[in-house]
Design a protein around this ligand. Structure first.
Ligand code: ATP
Ligand code: MG
Length: 253
């Protein structure tokens, strides 16, 4: 039997006076690649946020790998193997590309907080290893020259790409990418496509891919979910979801 990565049962999220999600019931099986589509304001980022614990549901329940996380803090959810990239990388600053990427790698060589705070030899060794691996990875991706550059001075597409890499290298079991293609050139999009395809084939990762580029979603995700005004309006095979008149209507207004 296929294991369930995430289950949302009748989840609602209110943000101030806005109902951002309403009666959302979804099951994401382990090892699947699922597209999340919908117009602006549909609730896609809120769905990512509520799975990661950045928002708590105002109704319903969420479980991840069988653990109830309805009221869990983001750090506890991350420890279950959940990683996500950010929709908006514009505000990340004060850190170089290589340092930012090594944050993802350090989760693979965990040292306790005490070691980190005391700057022990074990903590310094982990940090050196992560930096070396991050530098190598950026080189391999043809982004080596951006390694020492402050993230806020890197082109937007590079920042997005590095954030996606940071999410992938953390070896999360569940990876949620929030509009990874926004700001990427056509060439960068096809590189990202290849990277995600290779990554998900080589590991049992569950991928939730939020994106406005429906061609990108179609070619990576066999199944999809469409949201509109906080509700699931269609779910199933991606081709069927994208051809669903309800979905076409909400995209075309
Ligand atoms: N912090 C917040 N406070 C109040 N309302 C919010 C907040 N964040 C989002 N919203 C509202 O919740 C709804 C869903 O927003 P969300 O960001 O999840 O949409 P989205 O599908 O990710 O849109 P986009 O494609 O533009 O990224 C929108 O009406 C939005 O204005
Ligand atoms: Mg969003």
């Amino acid at each position: 039997m296929t294991a369930v990565a995430v289950e949302l049962a009748d989840v609602g999220v209110r943000l101030g006076s806005v109902t951002a999600l309403e009666q959302v019931s979804l099951t994401f099986d382990e090892g699947t690649r699922v597209g999340i589509v919908g117009p602006n304001g549909a609730g896609k980022t809120t769905l990512a946020n509520v799975i990661c614990g950045y928002h708590h549901p105002t109704a319903g329940r969420i479980s991840i790998y069988g653990t109830d996380v309805t009221r869990a803090a983001p750090a506890r959810i991350a420890k279950l193997g959940v990683g996500r990239s950010l929709q908006s990388v514009g505000r990340i600053g004060g850190i170089s590309a290589v340092e930012f990427l090594s944050l993802g790698l350090e989760t693979r060589w965990p040292v306790s907080l005490v070691h980190t705070l005391l700057g022990t030899r074990a903590a310094r060794r982990a940090e050196r290893w992560a930096r070396g691996a991050a530098t190598e990875l950026l080189d391999e991706m043809g982004l080596g020259r951006y390694g020492p550059v402050a993230l806020e001075h890197c082109p937007y597409g590079v920042r997005k790409y590095v954030d996606v890499l940071r999410t992938l290298v953390g070896h999360a079991r569940l990876v949620i990418l929030d509009e990874p293609t926004s700001g990427l050139s056509t060439h960068e999009r096809s590189e990202l496509h290849e990277l995600l395809d290779r990554f998900t084939r080589a590991s049992p990762t569950t991928l939730l891919l939020i994106d406005h580029d429906v061609g990108f979603v179609r070619s990576l995700c066999p199944t999809s979910v469409a949201l509109d005004a906080g509700k699931v309006i269609s779910a199933g095979a991606t081709a069927d979801v994208l051809a669903d008149p309800k979905v076409i209507r909400c995209f075309t207004g």
